[in-house]
Design a binder for this molecule. Structure first.
Ligand code: PMP
Ligand code: GLU
Length: 397
């Protein structure tokens, strides 16, 4: 069968496929340590599960409004008002099947052949492929580890052409764990206003911040900025609800309406039961995410400290999300019994085979210098995984 060209332009999500490999190895009885999965290891809180059960028992099991139930849209409007001071009407909210689906609806609504989207690199794997799936061109804006992955106004400006439709902002970011400070966000907003760009602000890790940092949504920088920003968020990371598949967008009415129309012709509504659960999550306060972040913080320090002790590895302290993103250039061109390590992909393959430790190589995130390890796993797994890595790396010559 001759498939559409777009199917050949993309690869399956590397984060999901490496996680699936690790899970398949574990199912075969192999004692694999999984640092690949990008999801909290915590269980969904009980009151959220109870809301879902109540939805099932009361027969809330039919199609809902395709763009999401009013009750959930109200909870989202209230959350954005209370936490960010942002004012939206319900017509400016779309609930989708996870933030990944939210972003996909947006790409569908916004871009086509000839359009460009600026994506700061390193980037979360799906941004690039979603742009490609919609026949547009991703333009990578390289950022530097030594500058905390900040975006300079001049570097952004250099990527913008008359074809640029949007820039993606992801703070706290996956895979770097970096957050943008106010000056960086102001620089992006200023360029977006002047060059007529839509800002796609993926804030899915907003509640996973350390050292007292406060989340700043770029949409709060002024009414003119909010008018050209689509805030993307969801319940997956903050409430340990990755499997429930609820994400949402808040933004200009015309963009949201187009996205909602696309959703009505593709998936229809997100799961009715999950929507009720998401209401309970958003209305349930921050005690759960705060407790989870406290634990992630302990793990973050332990993992980064251990990584920095590995010869050839150096790791910045991430300020948000739950990923360590160590620089492994000091390990490249080293040899092992059956070959040599010339890239992060080789290193990830070596660690999986030699140490049964699953990590994601940097290349699919746009970095030839790093690997990504999630610390959303137990302290015990972190200790054992790092022991194994130390042992495997000591065999390199
Ligand atoms: N954005 C980023 C940066 C992510 O890491 C993820 C995790 N998969 C998502 C969006 C999508 O999350 P979900 O679809 O589970 O809401
Ligand atoms: N966002 C997570 C990750 O980066 C989940 C997997 C995915 O959807 O990419 O690993």
């Amino acid at each position: 069968m001759k498939l559409a060209a777009r199917a050949g332009r993309i690869v399956p999500s590397p984060t999901l496929s490496i996680t699936a490999t690790a899970k398949a190895m574990a199912a075969q009885g192999i004692d694999v340590i999984d640092f690949a999965s990008g999801e909290p290891d915590f269980d969904t809180p009980e009151p959220i599960k109870q809301a879902a059960e109540a939805a099932i028992r009361s027969g809330f099991t039919k199609y809902t409004a395709s763009s999401g139930i009013d009750e959930l849209k109200s909870a989202i409007v209230d959350k954005l008002q209370a936490e960010q001071g942002l004012r939206y009407e319900k017509a400016q909210i779309l609930v989708s099947c996870g933030a990944k689906h939210t972003l996909y609806n947006l790409a569908q609504a916004l871009v086509e052949a000839g359009d460009e989207v600026v994506i700061p690199a390193p980037f979360w794997v799906s941004y690039r492929d979603q742009v490609l799936l919609n026949d547009a061109t991703p333009v990578l804006l390289e950022t530097r580890e030594t500058e905390g992955y900040a975006i300079s106004r001049a570097a952004l400006e250099a990527c913008v052409t008359p074809k640029t439709k949007a820039i993606i902002v992801n703070s706290p970011g996956n895979p770097t764990g970096a957050t943008y400070d106010l000056a960086t966000l102001e620089g992006i907003a200023e360029v977006a206003l002047r060059r007529d760009l839509l800002i796609i602000s993926d804030e899915i890790y907003e509640k996973i911040l350390y050292d007292g940092a406060r989340h700043i949504s770029i949409a709060t920088l002024g009414a003119d900025v909010a008018a050209r920003t689509v805030v993307v968020n969801g319940v997956s990371k903050a409430y340990a609800m990755t499997g429930w598949r609820i994400g949402y967008a808040a933004g200009p009415k015309d963009v949201i309406t187009a996205m909602a129309d696309i959703q009505s012709q593709s998936t229809s509504n997100p799961t009715s039961i999950s929507q009720k659960a998401a209401v309970a999550a958003l209305r349930g306060g921050d005690a759960f995410p705060q407790q989870m972040v406290k634990e992630f913080d302990r793990r973050r320090r332990t993992m980064v400290e251990r990584l920095n002790k590995l010869p050839g590895v150096s790791c910045r302290m991430p300020s948000g999300a739950f990923y360590a993103f160590p620089n492994v250039t000091g390990l490249l061109n080293r040899r092992h019994a059956t070959g040599s390590i010339t890239s992060p992909t080789d290193l990830a393959a070596y660690l999986l085979k030699e140490a049964q430790v699953a990590v994601v190589p940097g290349e699919p995130f746009g970095s030839p210098d790093h690997i990504r390890l999630s610390y959303a796993t137990s302290m015990e797994a972190i200790a054992r995984g790092l022991d194994r890595m130390e042992n495997a790396l000591s065999k390199l010559t």
